[in-house]
Design a protein around this ligand. Structure first.
Ligand SMILES: *Cc1c(COP(=O)(O)O)cnc(C)c1O
Length: 423
């Protein structure tokens, strides 16, 4: 395939998802490649947010039951609509909490140390908050995190090897928490295989779907994954601090939530105001307090777009964009000091490209000055997510072309090679 600018423009014309771009608030002339940190606002998400604001405006307290989107059932409705994205049954999903809170909730519910089986297995390169949560959970249960949290893999590496993760599934491990997609390199782990191997050894396994939900399809129910959690502000475009979600396999319905609260109640019993907790019969039981309605409302409009386009089509375009990115990088960036860190094979690659360069921080600042919004991760990684809904082939072409000129013309030297506060 030819790698000319004209060919990129042609590919955009052929793209079946091309019309979605105009549904997003994206400044003219800007290429937004940071949707893996904070997805953009769509008009549909804005509309459902305003519906909930209006329900509050018009109905006050009655919005709970009589709003256009009754708040009392909203988390369940959003859960049901999320289910197809992760291959779950509708009642296995609830929209609630944040990743970190949901890790606390699910680990406190499913980590049941017994006899010599007391350890938690994670990996050495996952997102820090996941590790903080696991360590504090161990401490709460009276175990020393120093010898009870096992972190498999090379802490200086970018990729994980499933075989060595499986080797670390020893008899003293009670619970495993792993990412579906590594937040830096974008590597997809083989969740099906890891789940089978964990279960063969009698170990409970959960996944953090932060970097896979909304980017690629999953089959959590059929794979038998025990639990999962995610945020909705990355590929799901639910807005800053938007409410996240969790999955509990139906095999575990009836498990007592570790952190109980009244919104985990059976809906018909909740307002009896009894001091005896009657949990919901499904994943709803793992809610804690009053739902964050205004932080959940944009998700409804956003989910509508996923339902319409289909996650398979989203994944197909995402892979085409990242493949194209690498082809261009090989042609235009070779000899300029970039290393491609993300896996090349399609089934092992998530939604973003990860480049390493000694001048990454200043290159990112120069990209931003050219209206291309990247994502820097210390010490030297550039993450670029060409999100299927609002990124085109010409955007990718322009990004690689700009990267080449920033390095060739030493434009990056105008900027310090240091991260900003948020990066
Ligand atoms: C984004 C991300 C988080 C953030 O957690 P919050 O509780 O939503 O702030 C946690 N873990 C991973 C793997 C992430 O990618």
């Amino acid at each position: 395939m030819t790698l000319t600018e004209q060919a990129a423009i042609e590919r955009d014309k052929q793209d079946p998802l091309k019309d979605y771009k105009s549904e997003f608030y994206l400044k003219e002339g800007t290429v937004y490649l940071n949707g893996n940190s904070l997805g953009l606002l769509s008009k549909r998400a804005e509309k459902t947010l305003l519906t909930s604001v209006n329900d509050w405006k018009e109905q006050g307290i009655d919005g709970w039951m009589n709003g256009e989107e009754p708040w009392f059932y909203f988390s369940e409705k959003l859960g049901r609509k999320t289910a197809p994205l992760i291959g779950a049954k509708p009642e296995e999903v609830i929209v609630t909490g944040s990743i970190t809170v949901n890790i606390h909730q699910l680990v406190s519910s499913f980590y049941k140390p017994e006899g010599t089986r007391t350890k938690i297995l994670a990996d050495a390169i996952t997102f820090p908050s996941d590790i903080y949560a696991l360590k504090s959970m161990l401490t709460l249960k009276g175990y020393e995190p120093g010898n009870h949290l096992v972190q498999a893999g090379d802490p200086k590496g970018n990729l994980l090897d499933e075989d060595s993760l499986i080797e670390a599934m020893t008899e003293d491990v009670a619970l495993i928490l792993l990412p579906s997609v590594l937040y830096r390199s974008g590597q997809v782990l083989d969740m099906k295989r890891l789940t089978e191997e964990a279960h063969r050894r009698g170990i409970i396994i959960g996944f953090d779907l932060a970097h896979s939900i909304g980017a690629l399809p999953h089959d959590l129910h059929d794979w038998g994954v025990d639990f999962a959690m995610w945020c909705n502000y990355k590929y799901m475009n639910n807005g800053p601090g938007g409410t996240g979600g969790l999955f509990v396999h139906e095999n575990h319905f009836g498990t007592e939530p570790g952190l109980a609260g009244w919104f985990g109640s059976d809906k018909d019993k909740q307002f009896d105001m009894a001091h005896e907790f009657t949990p919901a019969p499904d994943a709803g039981a793992f809610q804690i307090g009053t739902p964050h309605v205004l932080s959940s409302a944009p998700l409804l409009g956003s989910l509508d777009m996923f339902e319409e386009a289909g996650i398979e089509a989203v994944r197909k375009k995402s892979l085409a964009l990242t493949t194209y990115f690498m082809e261009l990088a090989e042609e235009k960036l070779s000899g300029l000091g970039f290393t491609i860190i993300n896996p090349r094979e399609e089934q092992r690659r998530g939604g973003h490209i990860c480049l390493q360069h000694t001048h990454s921080a200043s290159i990112c600042k120069a990209l931003k000055a050219s209206d291309i919004i990247p994502d820097f991760r210390a010490p030297d990684m550039i993450r670029l997510a060409p999100v299927a809904f609002y990124t085109g082939f010409h955007d990718v072409w322009r990004t690689v072309d700009t990267l080449a000129s920033i390095v060739k013309n030493e434009e990056y030297k105008d900027y310090t090679n240091k991260r900003n506060v948020i990066a």
